[in-house]
Design a protein around this ligand. Structure first.
Ligand code: NAD
Ligand code: LMR
Length: 335
């Protein structure tokens, strides 16, 4: 038995500071409990949450904070509500940038570009000035890739690789479709990737996909792949809005959890999709935030950069480069 004096010593782990914007919104409501429960940073890592909202939604965010408190979550050390961006990002080790307008029926995500883009200039600047050196920023608010580009551009002192956009939802949607088609659990599929932009041009790619170590591409119906799977995944967001009346929220939160967890904790060699700033891989302009095949290693993403690209893939990847180039041009004009 340990001596009595030893039993009095409790191991203290410093809480990680996590800022969540749009904290009174739908996605945040599904995300915050997962973060506070240890699903992202691990079951031993305490968290301190800062909920950033705009003034009209600050009271609702207070309500969310009250509910978090009522949940008696052992890892949750503190919850702050703020409408002050400078304060909200001070010392942040991780940030989920969710706060932005969702699109409505009949709108494209690019329709949100200017209105939402400005939010990310201000938040990028606040991150630049006050966040911790190791800050990891995951942009969820649409158009997510371009907003991550904007936030990174507004934060010149933070390495670009600290800014990602969420394309894990598209990746998960692809896996779910495969799972339903083949009647096999989604985790049995590997080497799936969704290239490009979280937009209609995105390219869910099965070229390298495997199931139980065997190539999938030779076993799939090409018509199903090109005429059904690719457009279904690319348009799934609009389909959800049509059926649900609001944009996806719980599935987006779940994907954000997957992304940040794998970024921090690694993927043990498994491929996934993350939208990360290009350093020129596959002909993507440097700086564009692009969905690539990645593995998480030692707290960083590594883009799998040595794949052969065939004639089926090239134009689909190029369509995303062009779309993101055009969005970046508009974004550059906002500064
Ligand atoms: P929502 O309308 O329920 O919540 C958004 C919240 O953001 C609101 O509470 C609003 O007050 C707040 N907000 C607005 N501007 C803000 C600012 N400057 N700072 C802080 N908070 C601010 O929307 P939601 O369903 O949570 O969706 C949020 C965003 O995520 C939308 O742009 C949506 O299109 C996008 N989205 C992205 C993905 C993806 O896969 N990348 C998936 C789903 C939704
Ligand atoms: C989604 O893919 O569900 C989100 O980006 C919401 C949208 O506007 O489609």
């Amino acid at each position: 038995m340990a001596p009595a004096s030893d039993s009095a010593i409790t191991k203290t782990v410093e809480p990680i500071k996590v800022t969540v914007t749009g904290a009174a919104g739908n996605i945040a409501y599904a995300l915050l409990w997962r973060v506070a429960h240890g699903d992202v940073f691990g079951p031993e890592q305490p968290v301190e949450l800062t909920l950033l909202e705009i003034e009209p939604a600050a009271r609702a965010a207070e309500g969310t904070a009250m509910e978090l408190g009522d949940s008696a979550l052992p890892l949750l050390r503190n919850v702050n509500v703020s409408t002050d961006q400078t304060k909200a990002f001070e010392g942040a080790n991780a940030a989920f940038l969710i706060g932005a307008k969702p699109r409505g029926k009949g709108e494209s995500r690019a329709d949100l570009l200017e209105a939402n883009g400005r939010i990310f200039i201000e938040q990028g600047r606040a991150i630049n000035d006050g966040a911790a050196d190791d800050v990891r920023v995951l942009v969820v608010g649409n158009p997510a890739n371009n907003n991550a580009y904007i936030a990174s551009k507004a934060a010149p002192d933070v390495p670009a690789e600290h800014f990602n956009a969420l394309m894990r939802l598209d990746h998960n949607r692809t896996l779910s479709n495969l799972s339903q088609k083949f009647g096999i659990n989604s985790e049995e599929f590997s080497k799936v990737v969704v290239w490009g932009n979280h937009a209609d041009t995105q390219f869910p790619d099965l070229t390298y996909a495997e199931v139980h170590g065997k190539k999938l591409i030779d076993r799939i119906d090409q018509d199903w792949y090109t005429e059904e799977l690719i457009p279904r995944v690319a348009h799934r967001g609009a389909e959800i809005i049509d059926v649900r009346g609001k944009s996806s929220a719980a599935s987006a939160a779940s994907a954000a959890v997957d992304h940040m967890r794998d970024w921090v904790q690694g993927t043990k060699g498994r491929w996934t999709t993350a939208a990360v700033p290009s350093t020129g891989e596959y002909g993507v302009d440097e700086g564009l935030v692009f969905g690539f095949p990645v593995v998480g290693v030692d707290g960083r993403w590594q883009v799998i950069d040595d794949l052969d690209i065939n004639e089926f893939q090239r134009p689909r990847i190029d369509a995303n480069i062009e779309a993101l180039r055009a969005e970046a041009k508009v974004a550059d004009g906002l500064f």
